[in-house]
Design a protein. Structure first.
Length: 478
């Protein structure tokens, strides 16, 4: 959206506010922004609840168009644009059906495949619509046993539900674990499922799917084999700006504007990752161009103001010229007094006996602090945030971004530009480095060190350690 401000024939100024998953804060922001003279508001509602719906209604009543992005509510709106969540759930369901066909016939004879859906908050339209689409696909798959578990978007709850399922299958038919699929409504919940299968020792047996497909998260999980797929969820900020301009300029527009995505699989994940990174790189370039344009516009406005100020100054100088003759005597006296003062100051700074006194008031250059760049200050803040929260296995990129004052996407772009790594890669690298230090300087067990640096299981720590340093932790110690 920021990059598209100058993309179309009309110049646009975009102001963005983040409610950080706080519905009450979002309602206050909606009311506050409506009072700043905006022409149109884009809202991604946190939930379909009264406090947000009432705020949207007040904006519409004030004559300001409202574009609902990504999520619908029971409140009215001018237009909607976002992912087709019903279609997303249905497409993932069809992908599960395709995967079930690959199960060997002798395995299917021993029992029906099991498909479990873990939903987000069903009070939000994305979760409800994804459930409707996935449930529809499952009804067309009678050969599989389908169960649905309601959740709250959190990875911890997804982990708990998965652990319960594994315990239940072990008590009835442990072989069914190899025919089990778990679909989560986002990739964050899928990480909780993966944590559960690793802790329960069934990694690779249960097939995991998610939705979002962000670089450094869902795409990387598919690439690492943690998930068998993720639904690439579209955003297209430039289309939001185009829709807003059509509404504001009276052009025809569609009230419903669904954006379609696709399933990322182990077969196409490398291509999708490459294209996603390239798109983000191009977006960074567009934002750089935007920033330069803003600087040029600022320079133009400054020069115009200076020119106007110059004309006013000339007029004032002409008016003041007559008064200067009356003040000439006072001016000469002031110059004379100033000259006498300068002579006294010159003697103070030039006479040898005064130099020692002068040095008392001076600070040696070598003692002056060296200024730090913005990137250095950001890197120090992020480093401190990671080290303080390193032991938390559930640490999220949103939490790190909030600590340093950036959104998840801004944090990704900033860390990638400075280090060449994604935030997730940087976090894992720092955890492994700290693990290396503890292995070589303490007598703590590998299990203790794994938990201390934030890994959910010692086995996963050992696996990542071997990939990073070419040997397992116990090999390093021996």
């Amino acid at each position: 959206m920021l990059a598209a401000q100058h993309l179309y024939e009309h110049d646009v100024t975009v102001s963005i506010a983040s409610a950080v998953d706080d519905p009450e804060l979002q309602a206050r922001q909606i009311d506050s922004l409506a009072q700043t003279g905006i022409d149109l508001m884009v809202v991604a509602p946190y939930e379909d609840i009264k406090i947000i719906n009432d705020a949207i209604a007040r904006v519409l009543k004030a004559g300001i168009p409202v574009v609902s992005f990504d999520r619908k509510t029971s409140a009215d709106y001018t237009a909607f644009i976002g992912g087709n969540n019903v279609e997303a759930g249905f497409i993932v369901g069809q992908y599960v059906a395709e995967k079930l066909k690959n199960i060997k016939s002798e395995e299917s004879k021993s029992g029906r495949p099991l498909v479990m859906e873990i939903t987000g908050l069903l009070s939000s339209t994305p979760a409800l619509e994804r459930h409707i689409g996935f449930e529809k696909a499952m009804k067309e798959l009678p050969e599989a046993e389908y169960i649905c578990r309601k959740s709250d978007w959190s990875s911890d709850e997804a982990c708990r539900l998965t652990t319960e399922l594994i315990d239940s299958l072990r008590s009835t038919d442990a072989s069914q674990l190899d025919r089990t699929f778990i679909f989560c409504h986002n990739d964050g919940m899928a990480t909780g499922v993966y944590k559960a299968v690793v802790e329960q020792g069934v990694e690779g047996r249960i097939k995991i799917l998610g939705i979002d497909g962000m670089p450094g998260e869902g795409l990387e999980y598919v690439k690492l084999g943690h998930q068998i797929g993720t639904y690439y969820y579209p955003t297209h900020g430039e289309k939001i700006i185009r829709l807003a301009l059509d509404i504001l300029t009276g052009k025809p527009y569609q009230r419903e504007n669904p954006l379609l995505g696709f399933v990322v699989t182990p077969e196409n994940v490398d291509l999708v990752t490459t294209e996603s990174l390239e798109l983000m790189k191009q977006n960074d370039h567009m934002i750089t161009i935007h920033d330069k344009l803003e600087a040029y516009f600022g320079l133009y406005n400054t020069q115009r103001k200076v020119l106007i100020g110059s004309f006013i100054t000339i007029i004032l100088l002409i008016a003041a010229f007559a008064m200067m003759w009356q003040a000439i005597i006072k001016t000469r006296r002031a110059l004379h007094d100033r000259q006498a003062m300068n002579e006294e100051q010159t003697l103070f700074y030039t006479k040898p006996e005064s130099r020692t006194l002068r040095q008392v008031f001076e600070t040696p250059k070598e003692e002056l602090p060296t200024p730090k760049s913005k990137d250095t200050l950001f890197a120090e803040a992020l480093n401190e945030a990671i080290r303080q929260n390193m032991s938390n296995p559930n640490l999220k990129m949103d939490d790190l971004g909030e600590t340093v004052g950036l959104s998840r996407v801004q944090l990704y772009r900033k860390v990638k530009a400075i280090t060449g790594l994604t935030p997730l890669e940087l976090l894992r690298q720092m955890r492994l480095q700290q693990g290396y230090v503890l292995l070589t300087t303490t007598n703590k067990t590998v299990q203790e060190i794994a938990y201390e640096v934030g890994f959910g299981t010692p086995g996963y720590f050992s696996k990542c350690f071997q990939q990073q340093y070419g040997k397992y932790p116990m090999e390093l110690r021996s």
